[in-house]
Design a protein around this ligand. Sequence first.
Ligand code: SAM
Length: 342
Amino acid sequence: MTHLLLMSSLMPSRVIDPFGRPISYLRVSVTDRCDLRCVYCMAEEMTFLPKRDLLTLEELERICAAFIRLGTRKLRLTGGEPLVRRDVLKLVERLAQRLGSGLDELTLTTNGTQLARYAADLYRAGMRRVNVSLDTLDPATFTAMTRRGRIEQVLEGIFAAKAAGLAVKINAVAMRGVNEDDFDSMIAWCGRHGFDLCLIETMPLGEISEDRTDQYLPLSIVRGRLRRRWTLTETEYRTGGPARYFDVAETGRRIGFITPMTHNFCESCNRVRLTCTGTLFMCLGQDDQADLRTVLRDGADDAELEAAIRAAIARKPKGHDFVIDRRQDRPAVARHMSVTGG
Ligand code: SAM
């Protein structure tokens, strides 16, 4: 008993934001670089950060460990493209050692181009699920949306992940006039291969060289159309993220909808985002941030690092206020999704 009391007084308590939301999910962008240039995500010409600005693997691991001590149970590595960072597997292996000791899940969001190379090692390290971004099954549309990708490479990666034992969820950003006619075939394909599918509304993040108003497609419209062909029943299923899921009776799989624009999901927000330079964003759609790299490089010990994280989360805003509107000619936040990691 005394032993337990001593343990609980030594363990920092989990961190809760000003609106009573426990922060249990950290998304970590491990690089801002990507081998694709998806039209809704990046501009055609991007300037990437100099390598010295990036947190080292040790620094990334230290921040993640502090979050786990403060109640984070789920870690998602993202980017840029997480699998183009050299030594990313080493980070996965180190973080995976915390699974079962505070951490419930370590996962990844990837464009899939490098999955054929990494899938088996990710599974071996302890990863069990991956999200793969794939907006269409049409090779020409895929190349156009990514401005350079080859769909065969991604499909090879997806099937390598499946063969390695990883559960795969496909994420697709819905774009008006681009891939809006592809979702029926994607539902059928995901059903055949045992993947869940999640559709995402485009969010106004960063200058992208194109007009977002032309791209934006509300998922309320898409869902109405899908119901003509598929029997969708809302479920309570959650993955700790913002998607609302429906069972698809005809395929036996699920389809999720991430609708930051038509249905703001901030009330249940449990997450914060760390960039590859150690900047912590408390909200995907707001600019307020905390610089954890300086804290670390100034020589903070674990207690000081935890205090900096607590102070940041004490400023977490209630939610974003995204608007996509022709009268508004600037994005809601200037940074690209590839900085904060989606
Ligand atoms: N490279 C990885 C990938 O492709 O999944 C991880 C990073 S990517 C920024 C994460 C997710 O954000 C992808 O599913 C991508 O489609 C999505 N995304 C990027 N920009 C977006 C935007 N403006 N609105 C909505 N989703 C976006």
